[in-house]
Design a protein around this ligand. Structure first.
Ligand SMILES: [Zn+2]
Length: 701
């Protein structure tokens, strides 16, 4: 049954595109030397470009993305400035970067090329003879990169290197033609699959991790193994000794790195050759101070072993203590959700990235320290997850960012539910606040990370459709809509169709589109193969419109209930009926509807709930319940929308010279998204004048 589904999915996608699927291929051979005194790369690239398209090509668009950091005219610089960030705009020449010394050649003949009229980091390279369908061409060029300090993704911080988007790279040519694009901070990438042979020369003391595996790398791997044994023994120390060891490592390293930067001739260098097939990018990261930890992941139903590497700074060692576990679990669950991890290692390195919490590259992810262990796990899991959605399923991230970010964020919710089934979706942002003080202890990961953001944009009508190219999003919507809205609606879709169907969809998507370039219509075709009817609300309305849903219970009578949808998005919705004791009498899924509707319920129904699991990204979750038993909660915790949540906290903030410090409590209800009201009362006792001196607010949205 599985195979027939697969064939059908592929057939439909191909028919939809109107022509047989094709994909270009690029194999790269790059030699590069890092100069860590001047923070530059000297390199030579040779690439074989194979034209599998039915078209004859007379030129190739190349991305020269280090030029994004050249001046204030780049698309990157303009985007940053328009977002109100002036750090790059006012940066010095010294801090900026560029790529130059290019001389594209075929068979020793220099090619003519010019920059894109608008973008200084995109160039059109003319071929001396047209490249016919099925033909290949070998193009070579030297290149020199001055590394910027880390403004976005490529760069260095002192002697910490993040070498990403660094080499001349053909843009994608697919069924929709060429996709040249400038580098952007907000807005990701699209690249051709191929193979990489990258030979890197750098000072010996650096720990270096990259896409791919080392060819003849026994010596280097043995050294990394010995470093991981050192780290293991450090982690075996008691807490106090461990802290001291980390402190001395930080101090000691600083001194030694100064002496390392001495005479060039005294330095020891190493040259390492990395190789990887079936990837569409190559990144590498190097730091002389990282601690190294190693683990392994055995893939289920397979004898294949994946090596796990985690590299982090001593100052972050405590937070990163369980990082190998996060790599393992992300690799394990994503292999189950999509399909087996096809490469040989999964690596996370501690970065200094300013583009966000982390950034993904094939096999390797760079992570900025999270604020708590849960947050670090979230970021590592998310970035490792990108090996599937963007890495293996190589969609156009720039134009359809939901296909990597949104689906990944949705899979994050699945991971959290699978790994922590007894935590009821809770996540810990702050160990002190939640564990020690029990404030917001049960806040749900999907509520906090996705629902709040989406509702805060959708309620005032500030949202945008998911299906837009990245540069058209405002910054808040990029996160709240592409990530948040896609994630919670996809999780809700799972609630409606069931986990088995979701597994079929994602396994089919993986098998059909692995190492290819799926488009939204290809994903939709796979979904429709498994859920042939009643999916337009998800595939069309959720992705292409800003329609919202607000189901509500109007009234509950004898054996019937009046329901209403105040919105125009009409997903199916589970309806649950309970008796006077709160026992579930019946639960069924109602087809989606707009406007008012009357439905039958069992005669003894005393209370009904729409979406009792509180999964629906409903503008007002409070009105999904016919009655709300009272629940009193100190300060704040995850709202249970089926209850009338009343929060209280001691109020000590009323000081003024007249009343001095009145004592009292603040009592509030509503206030957060999911409610259409907010009430707060602060009855205060003014002990100076021995009277009540409170205040209250009521708001209705
Ligand atoms: Zn992401």
């Amino acid at each position: 049954m599985k195979t027939s589904f697969l064939a059908l999915g592929l057939l439909m996608a191909t028919l939809h595109a109107g022509q047989p699927y094709f994909q270009q291929h690029v194999s790269y051979d790059i030699t590069v030397k890092l100069d860590d005194e001047h923070h530059t790369l000297s390199a030579r690239e040779s690439l074989v470009y194979t034209n599998h398209s039915p078209d004859t090509l007379s030129f190739i668009w190349f991305h020269l993305w280090p030029n994004a950091y050249r001046n204030n005219e780049s698309a990157f610089a303009k985007q940053k400035f328009s977002q109100g960030s002036t750090r790059f705009y006012f940066s010095s020449e010294e801090e900026r970067g560029y790529i130059d010394s290019l001389d594209f050649q075929i068979n020793g003949q220099s090619l003519s090329w010019e920059f894109h009229p608008e973008w200084n980091d995109v160039a059109r390279v003319h071929l001396p003879a047209p490249l016919a369908p099925g033909d290949s061409v070998t193009i070579t060029t030297p290149f020199f990169v001055k590394l910027p300090v880390v403004f976005s993704r490529l760069g260095h911080t002192g002697k910490h290197y993040e070498i990403t988007q660094w080499y001349p790279k053909p843009a994608v040519y697919d069924r929709y033609g060429w996709h040249p694009m400038p580098y952007l901070d907000m807005g990701e990438f699209y690249s051709e699959f191929g193979s990489f042979d990258v030979t890197i020369t750098l000072p010996k003391e650096y720990r270096i991790m990259a896409t791919g595996v080392l060819v003849d790398g026994e010596e280097e791997y043995a050294w990394l193994d010995s470093l991981s044994q050192v780290a293991d023994s450090l982690f075996a120390l008691d807490k106090k000794a461990f802290k001291q060891a980390m402190k001395s490592l930080q101090g000691g390293r600083k001194r030694s790195s100064k002496s390392e930067s001495g005479d060039e001739r005294e330095r020891q260098w190493k040259t390492l050759h990395f190789h990887q097939d079936r990837v569409h990018d190559f990144a590498w990261f190097a730091d002389p101070k990282w601690l190294v930890r190693k683990g392994e992941l055995w893939l289920e139903d397979s004898t294949r072993r994946v090596t796990l590497w985690s590299m982090f700074l001593p100052k972050n060692a405590e937070l990163w203590e369980n990082s190998v576990e996060y790599l393992h679990d992300a690799g394990y669950w994503y292999s189950k959700f999509y399909g087996p991890y096809p490469y040989q290692h999964i690596t996370a390195v501690d970065g200094d990235l300013s583009a966000g919490g982390g950034m993904e590259y094939p096999n390797i992810t760079v992570i900025s320290s999270g604020g708590s262990k849960d947050l670090l796990e979230m970021v590592i899991m998310h970035e490792v997850g990108h090996n599937w959605v963007y890495g293996i399923l190589g969609s156009n991230e720039r134009d359809h960012a939901w296909m990597d970010e949104g689906l990944n964020e949705y899979t994050n919710i699945r991971y959290w539910e699978k790994k922590y089934p007894d935590r009821n979706r809770a996540i810990q942002f702050s160990e002190t606040l939640q564990e020690k003080w029990h404030i917001a202890e049960h806040v749900r990961m999907d509520w906090a990370m996705n629902y709040l953001g989406y509702i805060s944009r959708a309620l005032p009508g500030d949202d945008q459709p998911i299906e837009l190219t990245s540069s058209r999003f405002d910054r808040a919507n990029y996160g709240s809509i592409i990530y948040g809205k896609t994630a919670i609606f996809s999780r809700y879709f799972q609630e409606i169709v069931g986990e088995d169907v979701i597994n079929q969809i994602y396994h089919d998507y993986y098998e059909t589109w692995k190492f290819k370039h799926p488009y939204p219509e290809d994903f939709a075709a796979i979904v429709r193969t498994h859920v042939p009817e009643g999916v337009d609300w998800y595939l069309k309305d959720v992705f292409q419109t800003t329609n919202t849903v607000d189901y509500a219970v109007r009234s509950l009578g004898q054996g019937r209930a009046r329901l209403i949808n105040y919105g125009s998005l009409a997903p199916p919705v589970p309806l649950a009926a309970y008796d006077r004791e709160g026992q579930l009498l019946e639960q069924r899924i109602l087809p989606g509807f707009t406007g008012e509707q009357e439905v039958a319920v069992p005669a003894s129904t005393a209370r009904i709930a729409l979406d009792p699991a509180q999964r629906l990204p409903d503008l007002n979750l409070d009105n999904n319940f016919s009655r709300h038993p009272l629940k009193v909660q100190f300060l704040f915790d995850q709202p249970d929308y089926s209850r009338r949540m009343v929060y209280w906290l001691p109020w000590l903030f009323g000081y003024n010279t007249y009343n001095r410090l009145p004592v009292g409590v603040m009592v509030y209800s509503g206030m957060v998204p999911g409610y259409d009201y907010g009430i707060s009362l602060v009855p205060l006792y003014d002990y100076v004048h021995q009277t009540m001196a409170g205040f209250g607010t009521v708001k209705k949205t």
